[in-house]
Design a protein around this ligand. Structure first.
Ligand SMILES: [Ca+2]
Length: 603
């Protein structure tokens, strides 16, 4: 029994589509070592890039770029030619971690809490952890920040990176290590990879799971000069299908960042080789959505944010030397929801989520053990749009039907010639939406948790706050923003919180303030408790980021914010509104505010 849509009322299409014979879709014969499965407990290295489209690799045909290391994963393993992810970041992460479509998991946005993965969901990392694996995630988490939404609570022993949806600075930025704020070292992708290499070396004698969600080529387009210099004057041979739409410098920056990723992937692969782990380690490479600009993407329609083919098709390469056949291309459609069951199946971990999975183990396709592979449908959803992909067709969000075999660019609507197909796919989508979307509450009642007894740190950034009065967010995109123009005693910043355990918490606030405004006093309160603070030192660094941007950014610039220790606040268990409000403003404004860190005092 293969699932496409387990909990919905309509499974009619499972019986309508004919099964397709697997061997007709596989380009060469596998070389299988069946005995390897009895050994079990392979290491996992799962590399996810951010906003890298299908077309941003030499392996997929882009002659502008050279990505030999990423390509090698596919060449030495299996290359899935029709692999689908969500149109944007958080949904894809939720789907690959849980094996379930993202609306089922509480994910409906990419910021301000809507990116959070519901606490009753199970990640594959939790199951690997329970099976005895050492686990780590280094990079952009983007499925919730405050514990127990934090990666340390979702199956990862070690986390280094940031939990937000994008970051405003890629050069030695503020990051976190297991909840504690730290300063990164050098270019962020190089830094994350250094942590990955250390983790591999440290755990070479035991099974490990390494999740490496790199945050490039997502904007801002900050590129190390070495890589920018390769593309800065490149005329670019391969262009977007509508070349007038393309911002060439954005393309150059994207390709530069992808070559940097490739160099870092090469370092990971070399480490596995040096440590003698190649045959003990499954390596996977994919991206989280389509390209973040109009650039070459094999003529596909749509980009990041779109449910069309170009918005959701990702490269997917998987290598397990000596066990999975090499130089093999799979044409069957597959998706991010398949990662959960596939990884558990390959590792021989006989556990699963208590909730029904939407994904399916790809092991039969990887090993070519199946004589047939039933037809399936994959649903791509974002906001009010849902499209449906079958092996042959795509029904788009406007009910147009495209034959993806003869028209991969979705240029000709064939609904008129194939009305039965169109109607069946429309009904399948209705069933999917009535089931899956119904699991997402109309109103998000989840509060930001504070003080989980299992964890020391709770960060409340500007991103998750609500500003009242004159206070403005530094940018319309909350992820890496701060609050500014705080000028009145009537202004406030609030967070909708729930304290999970009563206790004393050290409150540290990150601010900037010019000399003329020094002296403002303010109060942090929740329920009957409060702590007061005062700005006693000016700290007025300039906005940063533009010095590294190769194209103008749409996100907020950043500043080097300074920590201010407010003292200790006692918090009682329960729900409430954490409020920050000024009590005296001797100058023009109180401060620019970036984040509040609450640290549980040890008993
Ligand atoms: Ca992304």
């Amino acid at each position: 029994m293969i699932n496409r849509y387990k909990s919905g009322p309509g499974l009619f299409w499972q019986f309508w589509f004919t099964e397709i014979v697997i061997t007709s879709l596989i380009s060469c014969q596998p070389k299988i070592n069946q005995d390897k499965f009895s050994i079990s407990y392979p290491n996992i290295v799962l590399i996810l890039s951010d906003d890298q489209g299908w077309g941003d690799l030499s392996a997929t045909g882009n002659s502008n770029i050279q990505t030999p290391n990423i390509d090698r994963i596919g060449q030495e393993g299996v290359f899935f030619n029709h692999f689908y992810v969500s149109p944007v970041c958080s949904p894809t992460r939720a789907e690959l971690l849980t094996g379930r479509y993202h609306p089922r998991c509480g994910v409906y946005s990419t910021s301000a809490g809507g990116e959070r993965l519901d606490l009753d969901e199970t990640t594959f990392a939790q199951l690997f952890q329970q099976a005895g694996y050492k686990t780590a995630a280094y990079g952009k988490w983007h499925n919730g920040m405050q514990y127990p939404y934090h990666p340390n609570a979702r199956g990862f022993d070690d986390f280094y990176g940031f939990c937000s949806g994008h970051w405003g600075n890629y050069f030695s930025p503020m990051l976190e290590h297991n909840g504690q704020l730290v300063k990164g070292k050098g270019f962020i992708i190089d830094d994350l990879t250094n942590h990955a290499i250390d983790f591999i070396k440290k755990n070479k004698a035991n099974p490990f799971l390494l999740y490496l969600p790199y945050n490039t080529p997502h904007s801002p387009m900050q590129v190390p000069e070495e890589y920018w210099s390769r593309f800065q004057n490149d005329s670019l041979v391969d262009r977007h299908r509508d070349p007038e739409k393309e911002n060439l410098d954005f393309t150059r920056a994207s390709l530069s960042l992808c070559e940097n990723i490739d160099w870092n992937v090469g370092r990971v692969l070399s480490t596995l080789q040096e440590q003698g782990l190649e045959e003990k380690t499954i390596v996977i490479y994919l991206s989280d959505n389509g390209p973040n600009s109009w650039r070459w993407n094999e003529g596909m329609k749509g980009r990041k944010g779109s449910t069309d083919e170009g918005g959701v098709r990702s490269p997917f390469f998987i290598r397990w030397k000596g066990t999975i056949p090499s130089e093999r291309k799979v044409e069957q459609i597959a998706a991010d929801i398949d990662l959960f069951p596939t990884l558990l199946d390959l590792a021989g971990i006989n556990q699963t989520s208590p909730k029904p999975l939407d994904g399916e183990s790809l092991k039969p396709l990887l090993m070519a053990k199946a004589n047939s592979w039933p037809e399936r449908l994959i649903f791509s959803h974002w906001r009010e749009h849902t499209s449906v992909r079958s092996q042959q067709y795509r029904l788009d969000a406007q009910n147009r039907l495209f034959d993806m075999m003869s028209d991969p660019g979705q240029r000709t609507d064939v609904a008129g010639q194939h009305q039965e197909v169109q109607q069946r796919l429309v009904r399948a989508r209705q069933d999917w939406e009535s089931s899956v979307l119904a699991e997402l509450p109309k109103v998000d009642t989840r509060r930001f948790p504070i003080g989980d007894p299992e964890y020391s740190y709770t960060q409340l950034p500007a991103r998750d706050g609500v500003a009242h009065g004159n206070i403005k967010r530094s940018n319309r995109w909350p992820n890496c923003s701060f609050y500014t123009q705080w000028t009145s005693l009537n202004d406030s910043i609030t967070w909708n919180t729930e304290v999970l355990a009563e206790g004393d918490y050290d409150a540290t606030l990150y601010y900037t303030c010019p000399q003329a405004d020094v002296g403002a006093t303010f109060r942090l309160s929740l329920g009957n408790h409060h702590v007061d603070g005062k700005i006693t030192e000016a700290h007025n660094p300039p906005l940063r980021g533009m010095e590294h941007d190769k194209v103008p950014r749409i996100e907020s610039y950043v500043k080097d914010f300074k920590p201010l220790d407010m003292g200790t606040i006692h918090l009682s268990k329960g729900k409430g509104l954490m409020t920050l409000r000024a009590t005296q403003i001797p100058g023009h404004s109180v401060m620019d505010f970036r984040l509040l860190m609450l640290t549980r005092r040890k008993l």
